[in-house]
Design a protein around this ligand. Sequence first.
Ligand SMILES: [Zn+2]
Length: 293
Amino acid sequence: MLQKYNFNSYPCPVCSGTATKNLYQIKGFTIVQCRTCSLVFVNPRIDNKELYTLYTTQYFRNVDNGYEDYELTAHLRMKTFRRWYDEIKPFLKTTGGSALDIGCAAGYFLDVLKEHGWEGEGIELEEEMLSSIRKKGYRIYNTPLEYFDKKKQFKLITLFDVMEHLPNLHLNLEKLANILDKDGTIALVTPDFNSKQRKIFGKRWFQFKPKEHIQYFTEKTLRKAVTSHGLSIIHTSHSGQYADTSFLYNRLKRYGFTAPALIFKSLTDILGLSKRSWYADTGSMLAIIQKKD
Ligand SMILES: [Zn+2]
C-alpha cells in the first residue's frame, strides 16, 4: 500500500533544524523530535508533491484514516461543532461576515456558521464531499491552502484537524496571515503532543497516523510557528468531541481492548444508554489566534 508513494526527508517544519531524536516507530514510519525547537514530526515521510493525493478520493470512507463513516456520525459532529463555536465565540472581534473553513468535509461547520449569521466558504480536496456540499449552495474551493489565491480577507478562519496534515507549514501560515482580516480570528483544533492521552497511550494514541498526520504540535511549538507570521496565540484549551456508545466501542476495539469493548457495549445496551452521547477529551487542543497588535 505504502510502496506506491515516494518518500523524502525534510528538515523540521517549524525551525528548519536537522538534528532530531527518534521517539516512536509506527507503521513503518519514524516519529522524531527536533532537538532545536522540540517539534514532533514524521521523518522521512510521503513526498510533499504526493501528499495531497491522499485526500482527493475516498478519504472519509477509509477506516484506516480514523473516520468511522463520516455521515453516520453527522449528529455527533454537529453537536461537537456547535460546542466548538460556543468556545470560540467569546474571542471573536466581530460576528458575521466572511468565514473560511479549511478542510470543511461535508460542511457541517459551515451549517453552524450559517446558524450564527456568517457567510461561510470552504476548502475541501475530497471530490465526493465537494459535489455534495456544493449542492447545499456553499462556495467551496478544491485548492490546497498554500495555492489558494483569493485576494479576499476573512473575519474567521477555522482549521479543525488540519494543521497536523499541512506540508510546507510556513507557506501555509503565511497564506493564513494574508487572508486574515485585521480584526479576524483563526480557530484551530489539532492533536496536542503534550496531552495526557498521548502520555497514557504512547504510540497507540489514535492521533498517530504518520501517513497523513505529519506533525504534532504542543502549545509551545505552535506558538513558535505562528509568531514569525505576525500572529499570536491568545488562548488555548483542551478539546474533544461528542461520542456515543458505538463510537466508543469502535475506539476501544481500535486500541485492542476487545473484551472491555464488548463488556462496555453490553452494559450500555442493558442500561439503555445506547442513544446517549458524551463529550470526550481526545487529546487535542483548541487554539485561538489573532494578528499581533
Ligand atoms: Zn525545530
